[in-house]
Design a protein around this ligand. Sequence first.
Ligand SMILES: NC(=O)c1ccc[n+]([C@@H]2O[C@H](COP(=O)([O-])OP(=O)(O)OC[C@H]3O[C@@H](n4cnc5c(N)ncnc54)[C@H](OP(=O)(O)O)[C@@H]3O)[C@@H](O)[C@H]2O)c1
Length: 338
Amino acid sequence: MTDSRIPTVRLGDGGPVVGVQGLGCMGMSFAYGPTDLAQARATLERALELGVTLYDTADAYGDGDNERFLSPFFKAHRDEVVVATKFALAIPPDEPERRIIRNDPPYIRRAVEASLRRLDVEVIDLYYMHRRDVDVPIEETVGTMADLVREGKVKHLGLSEVTGGELRAAQAVHPVAAVQSEWSLFSRDIETGVVPAARELGVALVPYSPLGRGFLTGSFTSADKELTADDFRRQQPRFTGDNAAANAVLLEPVRAVAERHGATLGQIALAWAQQQAVVHGLTVVPIPGTRTPARVEENAAATRIVLGDDDLALLEPLAAEVSGDRYADMTFTSAGRE
Ligand SMILES: NC(=O)c1ccc[n+]([C@@H]2O[C@H](COP(=O)([O-])OP(=O)(O)OC[C@H]3O[C@@H](n4cnc5c(N)ncnc54)[C@H](OP(=O)(O)O)[C@@H]3O)[C@@H](O)[C@H]2O)c1
């Protein structure tokens, strides 16, 4: 009998072993419009059957709602899943709609206790700094995260949206298992700084939004015309107005490659992200987000697609041709500091 489960890899030296594709859980509670929670629960279970073991959340996703939603699933499968969550996006007391970045030790200590309580687990398997607060030395932030490892609250450390230099400074304090950053056919700014640093240091890359928040699947072409008023993608410059129209045209080469492989556009986007492991010589574990079992099956099946040089050549120019930034405020990203 052939094993239909996806292959496994280790995140960083001594990090957790996970399925080579993870599951982004953010959309189940936050950012992408209404969710059918029964479908979302079925998606988690189906993902696990397929060998997807890295489940990605954050305290900021729905102000703790996403961690609370995932808790029963994690408890039911505690030994089979790798629980990844994040801290750093804080809500100022008098401005519930705004987010500020906090990396200071007292904040981290409060955040980890709150995540442990909401998740209702003894230990977080992979704890990420979600965003970089440049007013706090990274050595101080990672030093506090390392204390959490020593205290048994956290097993492994991760960083999100850091520069190559920040990753090197962090790794000098404590081993980092993974860097999570946006990386897709449309978003390749991390290839100049953080990807070479991660390869050199033996740190894994966890691409977030590998489907370009759904745009690369062709499931929407204009956020302002097609998505609900509260959908986060309406705030992202590349998904609205003239930018969106120009970017939709860029999907043509993706469609051509999909036809060659008898695959969907989304599967080609995921295969491309996965294949960056070979291109750049490091471990890569994309975390596409979905809320339906059928899509998690489709996405996991992309781990079996291998793109040829001619496919990669067709896809190569796309990122440079994208109109509009990936965030309205790029100072929140590594590219804003690299
Ligand atoms: N570190 C960070 O700062 C950061 C930032 C953003 C995201 N993340 C993490 O990364 C995860 C993934 O990123 P993401 O959710 O932003 O973007 P993504 O994975 O690129 O795309 C998700 C979108 O694609 C749709 N989709 C998924 N599979 C599909 C398929 N096979 N066919 C058509 N549409 C499909 C989803 O819709 P349905 O859900 O309706 O299927 C959803 O709207 C998040 O869940 C989160 O855990 C981290």
